[in-house]
Design a protein around this ligand. Structure first.
Ligand code: CU
Length: 294
């Protein structure tokens, strides 16, 4: 982990999506943060030690999903599928598929596995799975402010975690989507899906993958007052007031974020995700708050 002193910074951005506004001055206390997202190997150690079963590995309760078809009340998770050509970007069902048998060990479904991906971020973890891991590790999940403060790496107000230029000297600094989402992945960064953690340059605080690769869970509830006019590459379940599961803020963007659709590989970017949702592009990292001032 990396120890960060507390500090005050400008959180949010007024240059991109409405849910990032307004820019506010925010202070955070001292804390330590994982240098990298939690990997498949890390998560495997946790599961071995505790026999933990993730949300995706358990059948959803019918009572929680009154509108669901019985055949969809089976263990599973959301998997991204590249389309054959351009599609209506307003309907995420064009590229997200509820996939029975998809889970952290089977990221593309029951016939897939994580062979060769032990050092990739763990995916298909719902919010409760991330909390359970953090508790086991003696850590916590970050608040949104802690996460954004860490992601900015000391560059106050910069667009990206590394500065204002997306590709300084032509170098790609994070695992994002190049090409036209969701059908053309040019792989200019070398990866179509997730990438091993730490493959791209660290930010000013020595933290890896604070942009792109996978979205990361935070403990903050997504403020109900904020409207979402620009749905992300992610499944954007805007729950009704009687929602059964609260929505949390996720941060950082993912390997699915593309400029033509979702320019969210930025520290200010944020999305709402229902706590019961797991996907192939959401993971997490942990923090430890300093309990006493010295
Ligand atoms: Cu996105």
């Amino acid at each position: 982990m990396v120890e960060l002193p507390g500090g005050t910074f400008r959180m949010g951005s007024d240059r991109f999506y409405p849910e990032e506004r307004p820019v506010l001055e925010v202070s955070v206390g001292a804390f330590a943060v994982d240098r990298r997202p939690v990997t498949v190997a890390d998560f495997r150690r946790f599961v071995k030690a505790t026999d933990y079963m993730t949300w995706a590995e358990q059948a959803p309760e019918a009572a929680d999903y009154p509108d669901a078809q019985p055949e969809s009340l089976v263990p599973g998770s959301l998997v991204f599928h590249k389309t054959r050509g351009p599609v209506d970007l307003r309907d995420f069902r064009n590229w997200w598929r509820w996939t029975p048998g998809a889970d952290w060990r089977h990221p593309e479904g029951p016939d897939s596995n994580v062979g060769g991906r032990e050092l990739h971020p763990v995916t298909h973890v719902a919010y409760g799975d991330a909390v359970a891991y953090a508790e086991w590790a003696g850590k916590s999940l970050p608040t949104e402010a802690e996460w954004e403060y860490a992601a900015r790496g000391g560059l106050d107000g910069a667009t990206f975690t590394w500065g204002d230029d997306f590709a300084p000297k032509g170098r790609l600094m994070a695992n994002t989507w190049q090409g036209e989402f969701p059908w053309q992945n040019l792989r200019s960064d070398g990866f179509e899906g997730t990438s091993p953690v730490g493959r791209f340059p660290a930010n000013g605080f020595g933290l890896f993958d604070m942009a792109g690769n996978v979205w990361e869970w935070t403990v903050d509830d997504f403020a109900a007052s904020q409207t979402i006019r620009s749905p992300c590459c992610g499944p954007q379940f805007v729950n009704a007031p009687e929602e059964r599961f609260p929505r949390k803020v996720i941060k950082g963007g993912s390997h699915l974020c593309a400029p033509n659709y979702c320019l969210r590989y930025r520290p200010a970017a944020r999305q709402a995700e229902s706590v019961d949702t797991s996907t192939c592009h959401i993971g997490f990292r942990c923090v430890v708050r300093s309990s006493t001032a010295t």
